[in-house]
Design a protein around this ligand. Structure first.
Ligand code: URA
Length: 216
């Protein structure tokens, strides 16, 4: 169950009750690192279910214990998950639980302290990324600058079929991302109120990387 807000045709909010329940637990400050990681993984698995809803199928001949039949299987190359380091890794894990044969790419970006522009420090993608559906993952769509830069880099590398998935989005991040990439559907579990002056999403869940990896 994904709902598109009337004024954001490119955005799908995953309103499934299990996703919303788990997201509430994830947000709570008393949620431990282990529990946070487990919840993020479970939500990501459920997100992957929505993200892959329209994958094309083809028919193949199989034999059941009783008789031959034509049965549906996924058509074409398996999808590729690209994680924006480092917090994206916490999302990729849950998606891989559901789509274990997906390829995984990584992109690392940091913000130049002077220009404030995202600078790429790491990129590793499957060679045939242009032939796959690519799901770019980052738990928090905050300013939208890293996500927009990652999508631009993937397009430059040949990706043509892209989707972006996050746990939480700020309205500011959605505006930046959809303006830069009007062709890329955005999936999120919630659109929060705003960004604060430190570019944290409010009410949010804090620093997703620190909470996933227990670094603070
Ligand atoms: N990144 C985070 O981890 N949290 C935010 O609220 C914003 C960006």
């Amino acid at each position: 169950m994904a709902v598109t807000p009337a004024d954001m045709p490119q955005v799908m909010v995953i309103g499934h009750p299990l996703v919303q329940h788990k997201l509430t637990l994830l947000r709570q400050k008393q949620t431990s690192t282990g529990e946070f990681r487990r919840l993020a993984r479970e939500i990501s698995l459920l997100m992957a279910y929505e993200l892959t809803r329209d994958l094309p199928l083809e028919f193949t001949a199989i034999e059941t214990p009783l008789e031959p039949m034509q049965a549906p299987i996924l058509a074409g190359k398996k999808l590729c998950i690209v994680t924006i380091l480092r917090a994206g890794d916490g999302i990729a894990e849950g998606m891989l639980d559901l789509v274990p044969s997906a390829r995984v790419g990584h992109i690392g970006l940091y913000r130049d302290p002077e220009t404030l522009e995202p600078v790429e420090y790491y990129l590793k993608l499957p060679e045939d990324v242009g032939e796959r559906l690519v799901i770019v993952v980052d738990p928090m769509l905050a300013t939208g600058h890293s996500a927009a830069a990652a999508l631009a880099r993937l397009k430059q590398a040949g990706a043509t079929q892209l989707r972006f998935a996050c746990l939480l989005a700020a309205p500011e991040g959605i505006a930046v991302l959809t303006a830069a990439h009007p062709d890329v559907p955005v999936f999120t579990c919630a659109i929060d109120r705003e960004l604060d002056s430190h570019a944290y999403i409010r009410p949010g869940l804090g620093d997703a990387g620190d909470r996933l990896f227990g670094t603070k």
